[in-house]
Design a binder for this molecule. Sequence first.
Ligand code: BES
Ligand code: ZN
Ligand code: ZN
Length: 507
Amino acid sequence: MKFKIAKGAVESFKADVIAIVCFEKETKKGEKPKPASLMKEDGGVAVDRKLKGGISKLISAEEFAGSEGKSKLIFTAGLVPARYVLLIGLGQKKAFGLETLRRAGSVVSKAAVDVKAKSVAVVFQKERVGEFGTPTRIQAFVEGMLLGSYSFEQYKKEEDRKRSVLETVFLVTAGNAPLFQKALFAGEATGKATNFARDLGNTPSLDMTPLVLARLAKEEGTKGRLHVSVMSEREIRAEKMEAFLSIARGSPQPPVFIHMQYKPARKAKAKVAIIGKGITFDSGGISIKPPKGMEQMKDDMAGAAAVIAVMRVIAQLKPHVAVDAYIPACENMPAGNAVKPGDVVRARNGKTIEIITTDAEGRMILADALSYASDKKPDYMIDLATLTGACVYAVGEKYAAVLGNDQRLIDKLKHSGERAGEPVWQLPLEKDYKKGLTRSIADLKNVGSSRADTINGALFLEEFVGETKWAHLDIASTSWTDEDLPYSPRGCTGAGVRILVNFITSL
Ligand code: BES
Ligand code: ZN
Ligand code: ZN
């Protein structure tokens, strides 16, 4: 799928599908929705005229109200060069946001698959819509089209794949081409990288081992301006990362510690460290998980996947920010030599940890990664992890939980999440719950005693961040979906990519 900024009258555009957006009419409480009306700025009126009022007639006959997520496909019967007009409802204008456009983009992608369209044209009016200028709107729409076209079909036979044949998407605008081009580029990079993260999370652990993850990270290094190094088990041991290694022990798959580095050409305005949990399969270890739903634990490296994808985008967008990505990756398995409940291990920063459950393994591997990253003195450090099953009960499927030791950093992340369509909800890093983690024969135990597992997990991690400004994103709630969402099909969602890209590029 290629995107092109184009000029011209949309009604005479030679594309298979012309997409026309329209808002829902405002109605009072209890009032029936009114048929939508076409807008001149979006090309709707001009196309309707060519179709001899066909669109407006259809709108009133079928009572198309322009509700968000609703669309109608109209055959043009040769009255315009395009074969179809696709009407897309945007919902009410007062609720308009970038999320509306991501969803609209997804609707267009899906319709294009249905009619086997090779090309699509969409108009972007010059004026702001609400508070959103044309470049930001273009970016969100492009992201939505790419995200909405995603499907994971590598393991299906050829005939059963419903692949899109869409080659070109024309974004029809008047005005500042370089700015639009930049926005388009950012949307494309972010959307594609999110789909890449989804691929990593959806791939079975049989094929997505720590070594494969390391190879994929290395490949990013050969493409972009990234430096990628991978520590082997021996080097990890030399770093005294025994908390990490204790988890890796139960699997024949060797662990790796991946470091991806991006340095801007000019002096960096800030230095950011991002850390992703890379458990390529979480069986629970000796504290083995119940079988139901265990297959989803191939996605326990979603944090790592997002971090690798973010680095790909950063290498393309080249912000004036230095970014270091760290990924501890291993399997959590219950072999005969696996770590056992009651065992005590010494983490890299010297603290001893009593392992109460081997299923709280994410915090063990992140403990060492955070202490390592913190030693390099970043301005901000953010970890991304499918850390606790309780997260979804705390904040639901739409939000990731954010906790940390620096409110300004958390506020920035909240803002980025909002803009990027990946909202986060802050939970308190409650000091009073800390004692639950220290009642142990060791310095710490790996579970707390508060019933808020998500907070306990973050409190545990805090013990390893030192003085660094740090935030923890628990993406256990958002990284996987069991139902199709507006632009995320069932499976790994690629959560965390857009919020981090937005955060880093807006520093
Ligand atoms: N990977 C899981 C968390 C998880 C569960 C992510 C479900 C996505 C969906 C994590 O390693 C884990 O097992 N956490 C334990 C922690 C507990 C023992 C304190 C959990 O949530 O049960
Ligand atoms: Zn676990
Ligand atoms: Zn886990």
